[in-house]
Structure formats: structure tokens, C-alpha cells
Design a protein around this ligand. Sequence first.
Ligand code: UDP
Length: 403
Amino acid sequence: MLDAAIPQNITINPPATDDRRLKILVLFGTRPEAIKLAPIIRELKKKTFQTVVVSSSQHKELLKPFLKMLDIEADFDLRVMKQNQMPNEVCSRVLAKLDKILADEKPDLIIVQGDTTTTLAGALAGFNRRIPVGHVEAGLRSGNLYSPFPEEMNRRLVSQIASFHFAATERNRSNLLAEGTPNEKVFVTGNTVVDTLAFILKNLTANDKITELIEETKGLKRILLTTHRRESFGEQMSGNLKVLREFVEKRKDVCLFFPVHPNPNVQAATNEILAGKERIYLLEPLGYKDFIALMQTVWLIVSDSGGIQEEAPSLGKPLFVLRENTERPEAIRAGVAKLVGGNPRTLARMLDENYSIDTWIKSVKEISNPFGDGRAAQRIVKIIEEKFGAKVKGATKAQHALL
Ligand code: UDP
């Protein structure tokens, strides 16, 4: 992998005139972005496109093990991660380092995914060099600019920049149209996380430790917890962890698995509230296969993650969403997820109710996934092919029409 240096001169790429193959730069920086862009990268590589895969390494340790397992490799690593980094620092480092790559590689299209700071910086870097941007998972809106933070603002800003909006659902498309995005630039494709799940489930094995834990907790109602969002930190997170600890203490047939995110806020609250408790298993962040294998065996998932809301329906697992609101109401409408809100007492009540009467928990496995059918990446790449053509001569014209 090459390390990108900070650029000295910034120039706008001239339109390409040769007959080379279309060059597409795909950028990711976090675990969920890699999970959701991997099927697109693999699909692009199957076709005649040139690809430039760039990792910002916004979340270095979480990301690394995923690339091999997802069968993708980064051509460039921006290595922006630092301890306790804030969005402004990440954004400025990605912008500066990516710009050098844009200047050298001259891609015809940039693909970004979702709503991270890497996503925003990638889209902005493309805009400033007049390179069209394709936004995967476009049109999610929570309606609250500060929740999730900074993701809601990131995704709104990316929508202003993008030339192609690949929306997972009709609802996402409606959000974009309501904000004035032209209809002809919005494509409903499904969410690529469903493609990745299908890829993983073909050959799913967990490591020895997870297999042993599953064996050890046979017969228990397993709860799988993930929580790491900025807006959950502090009292809300501590309150939720206490509720879960009390629930496991009170119900001897329940256990809790918690792969603990490396963020120091999460680590501190977890060590204080959950460490050393019976039937509570604190784990390192899990590899994707281990995580999915564990998810397949659980009674209930409790999580503030975005991606898990999209995965739970494919595995037929009920989910309590630890958030005030969600930009993915499709899971709630479909009946797979329930919103907890910000009050830990609501979580306590919901746990008790569903322990006593588990009709909802049992009903979830029959529900189909509202986020996709496993063919989103194929659709996205086909749209790019149709809009651009595989060669640059055709692309240049289309490209400029889009800007
Ligand atoms: N995940 C994982 N190992 C873990 C926890 C989560 O592989 O220990 C996966 C999970 O299946 C989902 C993604 O990571 O696909 C979610 O990442 P995260 O919660 O960091 O981001 P979000 O989905 O909220 O954007």
C-alpha cells in the first residue's frame, strides 16, 4: 500500500480525451463502509473498469481484519487515524491526502458510502476537482441534525454534492426528492449490506472461541449488545448498561454478549458497570463472520448501530434500537425492530415485557428484509455502465452533463 503525501499544488483535472477504460475511485474508512462497498468493488473488478481503492483508515484496528475476509485490498491507505480524533481533524486530513491521489490518478468517478467523515471528505474532494461522485446508501434522514452526530449532517451535505444517489429503499428516494434532488439522479438499488451478508453466509464459520461460547451458553436466552455512538455516551450509555446488568442478574436463563468498541468512553463505562459479572461476556470487537455467527444464535439484539438494523431482518433476529430516532424506520415498520428512545427505563420495561410474552420475538423470523435482496451492487454497477459507458470518451460527455 502507498502512503499519500499532502499535496502541494491543486489543479482541476482536465477532461480525459483518450480511449482508456473508465477509472473509478472507491473510498472507505470504517468497518461498515468496507462491508457495504466490498460487493461493489468486487463487481467493478469483474467488469472492464479500472478501480482505485482507497482506505482512509478512519477506524484502523476495526477495519484491517475486514478487508481480507471481504476479499478486497486497498491501493492507497491515507492512515488518518489518531487517538481521540475529532471530525474536523479527520475531515481535513482525508481532504488533503486524498487530493494528492485525485491529482495523480485522475479518476472519472468517485464512489463513497453512507455518512462518515471520510464519506463527506471524499465527496468534497471530488467536488473541488469537478469529479462526479456516486453516493451509496443515499437518502437516509433522521430529521435531527445532531442525531446521529455528525452523520446526519454528513449525509445531507453529500447529497448536495453527488451526481448519482444510490438509495436503498423507496423511502430514501422520497427523502431525496423532497429536498429537490432531481428524480433522474436517484436510483433505488437495495442496500449492499444484504449482498455482503449473502456472501458471508455462503461459507460461515466462527472461530474456536465464539464456537465455545455458543456451546457454553446453550439453552440460555442470549442478548447481543453493541453500543458506541457518540450521542449515546455518558448517562444514557451508563443507564442502558446498568439496566442490562440488572436484567441478566434477575433472569438466570439470560446471558449477555458485548463486543466492546475500542472508544475510551465505551471502555470506561463497560469496565465500571459490566466487568466481572456472571453470564456477561465482554469481548473484543469481533470479525464479521464471528459476529454474524453469534448473531444467528441470539434471542435478542440490543444496539445503536445503523448497519445492524439492516442485517437483523436477514437473520430473522429481533432488535431493540438504542437511539432516540432512526433513519431506518423500514426495520420498525417491517416489525423486526423496536425503538427504545433515550430513556434507560424504557429499555428495562421493554426487556421485561418481551421476556414475559415472547410473541413478537418469535414472529420476527418470518419477516423478509425491507432493505434489499442481495443484488444491490450488481444494480449499482449496471447503472454506472449505462450512464457512463465503459470507456472514457463516452464518459467525458456524460460526466460533464452531470456536473
Ligand atoms: N460488527 C462486527 N463486529 C462487531 C460489531 C459489529 O462485524 O464486533 C459489524 C456489524 O455486523 C455491522 C457493522 O459492523 O455490519 C456495524 O458497524 P458500526 O456499528 O460500527 O457502524 P454503523 O452500522 O452504526 O454505521
